[in-house]
Design a protein around this ligand. Structure first.
Ligand code: ZN
Length: 496
């Protein structure tokens, strides 16, 4: 048994904190109160510290970038106090794989490094069970993942027969344990999905008491329409709905604020939230900067378009405007010396214009580079995070120990930064903690997590000034005095 002694316990429900002891037995909270005479194996003296439920990061990319496999400890997250992460967002999940390939995530990760020995969601979750993760992981099932295995690179409506298959595959994935369904409507493989098809899958989410999460069709101009559509889906289907990485794109602030107002004033009974992070940059696979007409088909097709005789001029002519100094190279497979350089630095060394340097980098890295693009209006985005409808998410992979990858603040300090910002907005600590714990657990229907009560799972974080000192996953101390212990006690979470 472990005793966390004398800390202020903030239980995740929003109730004011109270100085109490917490007794942990096996993986659960055995009792909360005062236990001066209890015989225990370990005492954590936490006087002056605060204990809260472990944080839940509702939107991470650790599956997309395959970091679950390359970095199963997920220490970037653990060291902040995150004990549960959710993946499978933006239309792409690692399962089910009807054709046995990871085609739909190739934009993010090098899939050749993984032994893909699963097809169904059930098989994938079993592989994760045996992998041993540093924290808990649950996944959505990706709509584009299924759609692409049905019709490949086509962008058409599904036939009735294909819709039947889609329905059956989504059902099976949910029965196998997926926590919900995601769409990636902003990506070229999801963009043309009809309203009725979206409604069909959101109805399945509702029927299975699962989540419907969406990467909006438009995140800049058109964000109001995209949000209006999503609210209609949520309202008509009753699905618990989550808008992914909601943020104000620079120059589009007014429309963003209109969209936020729509979410906040959604018709009563509509269960809609959004997730976001308090930073000013997006993480983008480089191909997403191509003009839409050149973003068709697989990576190979796009590469072919890019290198075809005569196409470069047309690409340069139709490239959206960007500022090279706002773009930093986060990874560039084969060209590690470029990591950390801005596109301006890169172009200067090559005596190229902004647009030429982008095209050159695309060609050199065969569209495999990942960029950080400073394109977010931070003050509007942080203000939105103070909404009752927000949840907090890094929307990042944990890449600690990853070679030749730029350090990414979103992976290492999303949660402490959010807690600081909430304080600046005069939000109570209890309010902020509820958002990153029980609000998230309720949306994803994670039983006995996100709350401190007798019988709940002992996923806990002991904080000093919003920084994690000790972290418990399933009753085991996995971070002690700020140092990760390389213990792998995470569980794979399945829909219940
Ligand atoms: Zn997305």
């Amino acid at each position: 048994m472990i005793l966390i002694k004398d800390s202020v316990v903030v239980d995740g429900t929003g109730k004011p904190g109270q100085k109490l002891d917490i007794l942990i037995k096996d993986d659960r909270i055995a009792a909360i109160g005062s236990f001066p005479n209890q015989k225990v194996d370990v005492v954590i003296d936490a006087l002056g510290l605060t204990t809260t439920p472990g944080f839940i990061d509702v939107n991470t990319d650790s599956d997309h970038y395959l970091s679950l496999f390359t970095n199963p400890a997920q220490q970037d997250f653990l060291l902040q106090g995150v004990t549960t992460i959710i993946g499978g967002h933006c239309g792409s999940s690692l399962a089910p794989l009807i054709k046995g390939t990871l085609e739909s995530i190739r934009k993010w990760g090098d899939t050749s490094q993984i032994n893909v020995n699963w097809n169904t969601m059930a098989e994938f979750l079993k592989v994760l069970d045996s992998l041993k993760l540093g924290l808990n992981f649950g996944t959505l099932v990706g709509h584009s993942t299924i759609r692409r295995s049905l019709i490949g690179e086509d962008n058409r409506d599904l036939s009735f027969k294909e819709l039947d298959v889609l329905r059956a595959v989504v059902r099976q994935a949910l029965e196998d344990g997926a926590l919900g369904i995601s769409t990636g409507l902003g990506y070229n493989h999801g963009r043309n999905t009809s309203y009725s098809e979206i409604k069909l899958i959101a109805e399945l989410a509702a029927a299975y008491n699962a989540v419907y999460a969406t990467h909006l069709r438009n995140e800049r101009e058109g964000v109001v329409d995209a949000v209006t559509e999503t609210i209609a889906v949520a309202h008509e289907t009753g699905a618990r709905t989550l808008i992914s990485h909601f943020r104000a794109i620079t120059g589009n602030g007014e429309e963003f604020e209109d969209a936020l107002r729509l979410i906040e004033n959604a018709p009563s009974g509509t269960n809609i939230h959004f997730d976001g992070y308090p930073f000013d940059y997006s993480i983008l696979p480089i191909y997403t900067l191509l003009p839409p007409w050149a973003q068709q088909g697989s990576m190979e097709t796009m590469m072919k378009t890019l290198t075809e005789a005569g196409s470069e001029g047309e690409i340069i002519r139709t490239l959206p405007v960007f500022r090279a100094q706002d773009i930093t190279i986060a990874s560039a497979p084969g060209f590690d010396y470029l990591v950390g350089k801005t596109l301006t630095d890169f172009g200067r060394s090559q005596e190229l214009t902004q647009k030429e340097s982008l095209i050159k980098l695309m060609k050199m890295t065969k569209l495999r580079a990942v960029l950080f693009k400073r394109n977010i209006d931070l003050s509007l985005t942080v203000k939105a995070l103070m909404s009752e409808r927000s949840l907090i998410a890094s929307n990042s992979p944990s890449l600690l120990g990853g070679k030749n990858v730029l350090e990414n603040e979103r992976a290492v300090k999303t949660f402490p930064t959010f807690l600081e910002r909430a304080k600046e907005f005069n939000k109570s600590f209890e309010w902020a903690i509820k958002k990153v714990t029980s609000d998230a657990a309720i949306l994803f229907n994670l039983q006995d997590r996100g709350i401190i009560k007798e019988g709940a799972i002992a996923d806990l974080v002991v904080l000093s000034d919003n920084k994690a000192v000790h972290v418990f996953v399933g009753g085991k101390i996995v971070v002690q005095d700020g140092i990760a212990k390389d213990l792998f006690n995470g569980k794979v979470l399945r829909r219940v």
